[in-house]
Ligand binder design. Sequence first.
Ligand SMILES: [Cu+2]
Length: 302
Amino acid sequence: MTVNTGGRDAKRDSGTPGFTFGRRAGVAAMGLLGAVTLAGCSTADWERAGMPEPVTEQAPTVLNFWVGSWIAAMAVGILVWGLMFWAFIAYRRRKNAEIPVQTRYHMPIEALWTIAPLIMVVGIFYFAARDEAELTSVTNTQEQTVNVVGFRWSWTFNYVNENTYDVGQPAYPANAAQGQAPREPVPPDNESAVPTLWLPVNQKVKFELTSPDVIHSFWVPNFLFKMDVVPGRTNVFEATPNKVGTYAGKCAELCGVDHSRMLFRVKVVTQQEFDAHMQDLRNRGQGGQLQTGRTTDRAQAV
Ligand SMILES: [Cu+2]
């Protein structure tokens, strides 16, 4: 019998039944929660602790920091939870128990819980600062330079070395954004629905981020990296895409009413495909560089 109605002491005296019931219920609840939570995750998701697949040479630095932080946090968690449950059980109230010895100003313990968190914070800071310095260092050894212009509400991509440009229009029709029509997501196979940044695979790209209006943020989740696009200054970073494919991009800074329409795509392609696309842009009259990125027919037509 696991349910005991015989009062507190009777329950304790009876020893394990009440405890067993509670433990079984706890294990069952944890198992159910785990099954529900984990059902949507693949093994690869687990190995990356939920991060998207990295597709640049630089991205594993972020991934390692992320996964390493989780491992360290879990190790600390397991140690702390272990100590907590040990204390719950070892020092639980027993029959006729008196108030236990009260300990104050125990210097070794005081020192431990001051110094241990300090070491953790300093450790996290060290790795964060080291990786940030590495990821934001600009070597100017790029093979391509792209000036990305974030504007309300889309993106211009100026291919500096190729002297071509492409300019996008906001995703979704404007009336949909104003709530007058159902908001449909952009079909991923619709080439013209959102602007596409083409990049040749395995070439270091220097991104020069500029804005003519407000602060945006250039975010390609698969790069495991984003950087603010700030009017009046040029933010720069370098990345080497090393995996052919098409990846989603978006503005990651709430920049105004149509922020959610600032979708774009990144297409990492072979050199031949890249060259062909650049020629295509020239044939379409998109040679040269677009200076402001917001006053174009394509952008205004929406
Ligand atoms: Cu924006």
